[in-house]
Write a protein that binds this ligand. Structure first.
Ligand code: 5GP
Ligand code: ZN
Length: 112
């Protein structure tokens, strides 16, 4: 999808700050980090949100596994958070599903 920002990252039409990659997924730094580690992990396939990603179990598993790999790379031994904002009320602003990997500080719960 040429009008999708994250598809353009996947195609490298725009080069994000990539931290890791598999055949199915790409992990890159969030441009507006909310924690010392804030990485977005996306499937290379254009899928709009987490609910729709359930139809692609291989991609879903790969996104979670790549997030785990990045957490290990970043030394997040004491914990990290994975978040899929899904829909406008949850604050989703980019409609190519992405897993937020957050860590490197104490994270409060519940989120706002
Ligand atoms: P959402 O609000 O949809 O859950 O998350 C979208 C995320 O994409 C936000 O955390 C935002 O900072 C990030 N983002 C938006 N535009 C860009 C960009 O051009 N580059 C990168 N690396 N991240 C972006
Ligand atoms: Zn896309």
């Amino acid at each position: 999808m040429s009008d999708c920002l994250f598809c353009r990252f996947v195609a490298r039409e725009i080069e994000p700050a990539v931290v890791a990659e598999t055949d199915l997924s790409l992990a890159f730094k969030d441009i507006n980090p909310q924690a010392p580690t804030h990485v977005l992990v996306v499937p290379k396939r254009h899928v709009p949100n987490a609910g729709a990603l359930a139809a692609y179990p291989e991609e879903l598993a790969d996104v979670i596994d790549l997030a785990r790999t990045v957490a290990e790379q970043e030394g997040l031994d004491s914990g990290y958070r994975l978040v899929f904002n899904t829909g406008a009320d949850a604050g989703q602003t980019v409609f190519h599903v992405h897993c937020h990997l957050l860590g490197g500080r104490q994270l409060s719960w519940p989120p706002g």
